[in-house]
Design a protein around this ligand. Sequence first.
Ligand code: ADP
Ligand code: 5GP
Length: 210
Amino acid sequence: MSKKGLVLVLSGFSGVGKGTVVKELLSRHSNYALSISVTTRSPREGEEHGREYFFITEEEFAALEKEGKLMEWAGYVGHHYGTPRDYVMSHIEAGRDVILEIEIQGAMQVKERYPEAVLVFVVPPSAAVLKERLSGRGSETEAVIEERMKRAVEEAKGMEEYEYLLVNDDLDTCVSQLHEIMCSEHRKAARNQELIRSIRKDLTQFVEGD
Ligand code: ADP
Ligand code: 5GP
């Protein structure tokens, strides 16, 4: 199947479980690489520079953007977030599927600039469960949680722009379904021109008795 890696754009409301799903996917399969974004927000407790994000200043962010080093970027609840381009491209060339865990504005930029990308939107089983997960994470104040719930209402307007919806109810099921989506994407005929050519050649030679 297609040897070049794919770009997987994974979006979903804050607190829906994207990070949890990605962590589990990476632990189960070795062919995925996670793109580490740059952000101007402060690290949460337990987050490390270079692991969850590269935490940078507004000035550093503006410089990266100006130099064209970001594949996409967006403002989100008062801070900037962006995907460093080189990391994504080098892993794709090496045959890895690169996961971009990004919000919708950035996802739309990727869709436009890189139409081969696979766009998946993760949804919770209900709004109440989303609020519970946001509160349960214990990393944001009540005011920030309210802001993120309001943002979810806005983001929900763009769900049809994605190719796949994934319900994160049972974690195990959600992770398996995400991997299945990627396996199917690799099997698409349009992504396997080399295989198509070689099968045609083989058939022709066989029929002609070579
Ligand atoms: P996101 O990355 O989308 O903001 P997180 O991965 O940080 O969300 O998850 C938010 C909270 O929800 C975490 O406390 C996490 O443990 C929990 N969570 C994630 N997925 C599930 C799930 N399928 N069932 C129950 N809790 C979940
Ligand atoms: P958080 O602050 O909770 O880590 O992330 C807030 C939002 O920013 C999430 O929806 C997350 O997916 C998104 N995000 C993280 N990195 C990037 C990025 O590089 N680009 C864009 N557009 N969004 C990002």
